[in-house]
Design a protein around this ligand. Sequence first.
Ligand code: PLP
Length: 455
Amino acid sequence: MTKTETPASAILHRDTRFVPKKAIGGKGSYIFLEDGTKFLDSTGGAAVSCLGHSHEQVNQAIKDQVDQISYCHSAFFGTQAAEDLAQFLVDSTGGKMSKLYVVSSGSEAVEAALKLARQYFLELPTPQPQRTRFIARLPSYHGITLGALAAGGHVLRRQPFEPLLAKNTSHVSPCYAYRGKWDDESDADYVARLAAELDAEFQRVGPENVCAFIAEPVVGAALGCVPAVSGYFPAMKAVCEKYDALFILDEVMSGMGRCGTLHAWEQEGIVPDIQTIGKALGGGYAPVSGVLIGDSIVQTMDKGTGVFRHGQTYQGHPVSCAAALAVQKTIQEESLLANVRAMGAYLEKQLRQRLGAHPYVGDIRGKGLFWGIELVKDKATKEPFDPKTHLSFLVQEKGLHPEHAISLYGCVGTVDGVRGDHIVLAPPYNVSAGEIDLIVDRTARVLADVFAGLK
Ligand code: PLP
C-alpha cells in the first residue's frame, strides 16, 4: 500500500495520510498481514515482543485471569495477580528493590518515578521542598506524556510541544563513545570527563535543588542502542550520592532481559534508587509497566505520610499483571536469558560480517538482543545524511514492503544539533540462529535497496 492508495479509516494513525496494513495473526517471530505477507518482526514492535507472538502459556494465563476477575479498582481491592507479580519482580532483584508500582505504559512509569522522587524529599524527617529539578541526558527518551517528555532529551519529539514542557530538567551529554569520546581518550578518562560534566551541572543548578538524575542503561529510541562504556554508571551514581540526589534508571526499553540480564543494571555494578520497567515486562501481551523502588524510599514514605500522592484507574490491573508474570516465568523456565546472550553474540557477529564494511554503516553497537546501526554519509568524518533525506524512516518504510517484510525500527538522534539516523533491531528472546540469519540478510537487502534509490 502506498500513501496515495490510502483507504479510509476512522483511526487517527501516527501518519494521518497513511493507514497501515492490518495484522491478522502472529506466531513466534512472525506477524501475518491481511494481504498474505509473512512479516519478520525483528524488532518486536519497539523492543516489546520478547517472547514473540502467541505464546501458549501466556495466552492461557490471560484467559485464566479474565475468567477469575478482569478488573477491580486498586483503591478498594488488591488481587493475587498483582501480589504475585510484585513478589516475583522484587525477588528478581535479590532484594535490592523492595516494592513494585504497576501501571500501563513506560511513559506512565516514568511519570510515577519522577513524582516519587519528588515526594521522597518531601517525606524526609527534614523535608527538602526545594528539590524540584531533574538532570537527564541529551539525547534520551523517557516517554511521550508531558512530564516524561520534559525529562527526556528527544529533540524531534519535544520540538512541537517545547512551550508546554516544564523547565525543571536540564540535560548533560550521554555516554556515546562513537561520537563523544575523543581520539586516544581512554574509557576511564571519558568517564571522568562525563562525571565532571554532571558534577558541574549539579553545581550550576544548585545541588540542593536536584531530585534525581535519570538515564537509560542503553539509549534506545533516541539514539539507536548505545550502551555506556565500562565504569560510566558507577561514576554517575557517585556524583548523585555526593549530592544526596536519587539515581533513576529508565529500563523501559533495555530492561527485563533485553540486554542479557533481567535488569540491565546487573551488568553495570550499580543499583538504582528507582527503576522503571515496561515493554518486555509484558512482552506486548498486555499494556503493563512498573516502577521498582528501593527500600530507603519505601521506608521514608512509610514513616512519612504513608501515601504516594499518585494513582491511576488501571494501576495494578490484574490481567496485565497475570500476563506479565506469565511472560517473566516463561523467560525463566525456558532459560531465555542464556539465549539472549548467545543469539545476541551471534547477531553482533553476523551484523559486523555482513555490514561492518558497508560504506554507509558508521557504527554497530548494542547489548544482548538490542542492536543499533548508525548510518552515515561519510564513514571517515562520521558526517550524517542530510536530515531532509529522512533516511532512517526510509529504511523503516522500505522494510515494510512485501518483498522485504521485515521490521526495522528507524530512529533519529540529535547530538550537538547534528541529526543522525539509526536503525534498531530487537528480536524476541527465543529467536533461533536461522531467524538471525534471515534478519541480517533482509536488513542488508533493505539497506541496499534504499541506497540504490538515493543515487
Ligand atoms: N522510557 C524509555 C527508555 C523508552 O524507550 C520508552 C518508549 O520507547 C518510554 C520510556 C515510554 O514508553 P511507552 O511508549 O510505553 O509510554
